[in-house]
Design a protein around this ligand. Structure first.
Ligand code: HMG
Ligand code: MG
Length: 298
């Protein structure tokens, strides 16, 4: 049987917007986060404290974190690849910091400019500092289902990186399909490899929708008992270090599916659709959520 309740982590303001070529001003990001807060998310990935030379769109992260209207109990997360990022996230009042590694060596080099082993060493002080300051610690494992540079990623590599993230004391670990190549049985095999190394209730599925497989993969993960999923309002995004990759699965589509399955999310679908319409209008294009567009056309 499927879980009765899931947590949907909204990553649009970070994973979605990080890839936009046009500058999205801080006040637009703040308005988006505020709308998502009002829609009922318990966890919103709002910022990324990475090098502005690598990801210019995230350079306004401190301003965004300072400007949002925080709702008590909601976790606002920020990416922190190293101690410099951690200090910035701490100063900005992030509740949760996210270290991000990869299951493929090639992607680790392209995305964070170091090997997997070096990345774990770099994350150690971040993990320690997070604990010291009482912040939640989450890890993201990119290219767990396939890599744009090396192709196949062995299940053993996923298990290895998940185990290292566990050893760092992570509260939650994301298994990420960076380029959206997984199909449902593959999704289950990879999630099983992760389940072998970490508490199932701390694992999340982070599916990009490049090949239109994300909802099917989420369903496949639900069948295993996974209860945390990432999605991006209006299907925003892509990854700057994964050419051709599209956004995360659209939040509206995930909430619509969960509603239909009778799985509780705590999220108001109409409010997410409105937030999606707001950001799509700003970006000057039609949103990428099928459910969102259908509901807007009603
Ligand atoms: P590096 O060049 O090896 O680092 O980059 P460095 O320590 O040698 O520093 C170089 C310069 O960057 C220095 O500045 C530092 O101050 C600065 P300079 O002296 O040249 O003027 N710097 C920073 N500035 C601001 N904040 C920081 C920071 N760190 C260094 N935290 C580094 C290494 C990791 C910093 C770099 O590679 C980087 O920023 N990468 C970002 C990659 C990224 O953001 N990718 C997208 C997010 S991951 C993702 O989307 C995947 C995910 O969604 C899951 C999935 O779908 O797979 C999570
Ligand atoms: Mg991603």
């Amino acid at each position: 049987s499927l879980p009765q309740k899931v947590k949907i982590v909204e990553v649009g303001p970070r994973d979605g917007l990080q890839n936009e070529k046009e500058n999205v001003p801080a006040d637009v990001k703040i308005e988006l986060v505020n709308r998502l807060t009002a829609a009922g998310f318990a966890n919103i990935e709002a910022a990324s404290f990475v090098s502005p030379k690598w990801v210019p769109q995230m350079a306004t992260s401190a301003e965004v974190m300072a400007g949002i209207a925080r709702k008590p109990g909601v976790i606002y997360s920020a990416l922190t690849p190293n101690m410099q990022g951690f200090e910035a996230a701490l100063a900005a009042g992030a509740h949760e910091v996210v270290i991000f590694g990869a299951a493929s060596e090639a992607f680790s080099q392209r995305n964070i400019n170091c090997s997997i082993a070096e990345s774990i060493t770099r994350f150690e002080p971040v993990a320690k500092a997070a604990k010291e300051h009482g912040l939640r610690l989450r890890a993201s494992v990119s290219t767990a289902f396939g890599c744009p540079y090396q192709g196949e990623v062995p299940l053993e590599s996923v298990a290895y990186v998940v185990a290292r993230m566990r050893d760092l004391g992570c509260d939650e670990i994301d298994i990420a399909d960076t380029i959206g190549v997984a199909t449902p049985r593959k999704a289950q095999a990879v999630m099983q490899a992760a389940i072998g190394e970490f508490r199932i209730d701390g694992l999340s599925g982070h599916f990009h929708d490049t090949y239109g497989q994300a909802l099917a993969n989420i369903y496949a993960a639900l069948e295993l008992g996974i209860t945390i999923f990432h999605s991006s309002v209006s299907g925003l995004g892509g990854c700057p270090y994964a050419k051709g990759a599209t956004g995360n699965v659209a939040t509206e589509d995930v909430v619509y599916m969960m509603n239909g399955l009778g799985i509780e999310t705590g999220i108001d679908l109409d409010a997410v659709v409105d937030a999606g319409a707001f950001i799509s209008q700003f970006l000057g294009r039609k949103g990428a959520s099928r459910a969102g567009n259908a509901l807007l056309a009603k």
